[in-house]
Design a protein around this ligand. Structure first.
Ligand SMILES: [Zn+2]
Length: 54
C-alpha cells in the first residue's frame, strides 16, 4: 500500500516502515523516525495540513 508521509509528503510503501502512529482512530505512516518524532511533537499541525491537501 502506497502512503504519503504527512510530515515530508514523500510517497512510500506502508509495509516498509516500522514508524506508525494512530491518532483519532486514523493510522498515519512515516518514512523515517525523524518524521514520526516531529509528528508526535505537534500532531495537530500535520493532521490539519493533510486535510487541507485533499
Ligand atoms: Zn517523512
Amino acid at each position: 500500500m502506497k502512503v504519503v508521509c504527512p510530515v515530508c509528503n514523500r510517497l512510500f510503501e506502508a509495509e516498509c516502515t516500522p514508524y506508525k502512529e494512530i491518532v483519532n482512530e486514523v493510522m498515519y505512516y512515516f518514512d523515517t523516525e525523524m518524521c514520526l518524532l516531529g509528528f508526535r511533537k505537534e500532531p495537530e499541525r500535520f493532521i490539519t495540513k493533510c486535510k487541507n491537501a485533499e
